[in-house]
Design a protein around this ligand. Structure first.
Ligand SMILES: *Cc1c(COP(=O)(O)O)cnc(C)c1O
Length: 384
């Protein structure tokens, strides 16, 4: 039988102005053009380097923290932390939620039958610290984990995790503090020690600009080591995964080798760009170009100007009978520009992200495309 050789696809990449999957550089994609064995020293070395690099990016000491990679998308890691940190007896999670990613934690707890309470907040503002303090004071020694989302990608709100962490430490000293920093890690600074973070989760394909395929947990070792046997899942047991990685350096089950190679390259690219500070500057510039251009076209943001997030921006639909999101989306997609529907429940919005392999010139081009599409739809610019 002869080898099948297909000619490379001529499809061009679309620009992804989304909360994920996000665009990656050509060099990151090229890094995947190799096969490596999961037990091969080159592969396990790369995994080791990645684990060390992640701690450096997080600004924490390997004496206190470890990083654990886990197959799957970001949600798999969120679920693995909730599973692994909740003791089978008397475990209880408090979820501070102001958006759909907070609500996803609730769903995880429901499905996994993890005892939990949810403290809900409006989707268009940050978590209210006084309410959190009151709740924690009224429920002493109740929770084994308190969780919060750093950047609520559903709206773009950045929650004050430092202050929440300090409240948790003061008022619920026995609880682990868990931060979903999926869309912020590597681009919105977070001081894990100052914030008293015990677990932080992010994924390969957000601000670190690898390809999708795995996510990772930065865990305080002292806490993680006490979590053996908690998980009601084998594949999502982050403690078991940790022991595997520490033991023979391998993933317990088939690793996403190509995604790991891509991530290894992506971390080199981050360094080459000038580290996290340079990346922050680029994303902030992307955001500034976007927000100024959208404002000129009359679009209104969901969040007030006091919300300084620069990861993703939610915009209200223009009020014009010719505007439908589906047509707007389809026409932009035809021009190679992918935006995203809104994810808040109380307003008709769409979202435009600034993260991934995007540059200010990409934002300028998107703005031109938006103008062109609105004109084609017969929606006058500036919109109202
Ligand atoms: C992207 C994201 C996730 C993970 O979503 P997946 O689709 O599982 O990768 C979780 N939380 C936040 C805040 C996110 O932005």
């Amino acid at each position: 039988m002869s080898r099948i050789i297909m000619s490379p696809s001529s499809d061009v990449d679309k620009k992804l102005f989304t909360p994920g999957p996000l665009g990656c550089s050509l060099s990151v994609k090229e890094a995947m053009l190799r096969d490596l064995g999961s037990r091969d020293a080159e592969f396990t070395d790369k995994v080791k380097q990645i684990r060390q690099q992640l701690l450096i990016i997080a600004g924490v000491s390997p004496d206190q923290f470890t990083s654990v990679l886990l197959q799957g998308s970001g949600t798999y890691c969120v679920e693995s932390v909730l599973q692994t940190t909740t003791p089978r007896i008397d475990g209880r999670v408090l979820i501070l939620s102001n958006g759909s990613y907070g609500n996803r934690m609730k769903k995880i707890c429901e499905v996994s039958q993890i005892p939990h309470d949810v403290l809900p907040f409006p989707e268009d503002s940050v978590i209210d610290l006084e309410e959190v303090a009151d709740w924690l004071e009224d429920h002493p020694d109740t929770y084994t984990t308190v969780s919060v989302v750093h950047c609520e990608t559903s709206s773009g709100v950045i929650n004050p995790v430092d202050k929440v962490g300090q409240l948790v430490r003061a008022l619920q000293p026995g609880a682990a503090f868990f931060v979903d920093a999926m869309s912020s890690f590597g681009a919105v600074p977070i001081d894990l020690e100052l914030c008293s973070v015990d677990y932080l989760v992010s994924s390969a394909n957000k601000c670190l600009q690898g390809v999708p395929g795995f996510a990772f947990v930065i865990a305080r070792k002292k806490h993680l080591l006490g979590c053996k046997g908690n998980a009601r899942s084998l594949s999502l047991d982050i403690m078991d995964q940790y022991e595997g990685l520490e033991g023979n350096g391998q993933f317990r089950f088939t690793p996403p080798t190509h995604a790991v190679l891509a991530f290894h390259r992506a971390l080199k690219e981050l360094q080459f760009e000038g580290g996290v500070e340079a990346r922050i500057k680029r994303y902030q510039k992307n955001c500034q170009v976007l927000q100024e251009g959208m404002k000129r076209m009359g679009f209104k943001k969901l969040l007030s100007d006091s919300c300084k997030g620069y990861i993703i921006t939610s915009y209200h639909y223009p009020k014009h009978p010719n505007f439908t999101f589906d047509e707007f989306y389809r026409r932009l997609s035809d021009l190679g520009q992918l935006i995203y529907p809104g994810k808040v429940t109380n307003a008709d919005c769409f979202r435009i992200g600034n993260i991934g392999d995007l540059y200010p010139s990409d934002m300028e081009h998107l703005l031109k495309c938006i103008h062109q599409v609105l004109s084609a739809m017969g929606v006058p610019v500036p919109v109202s």
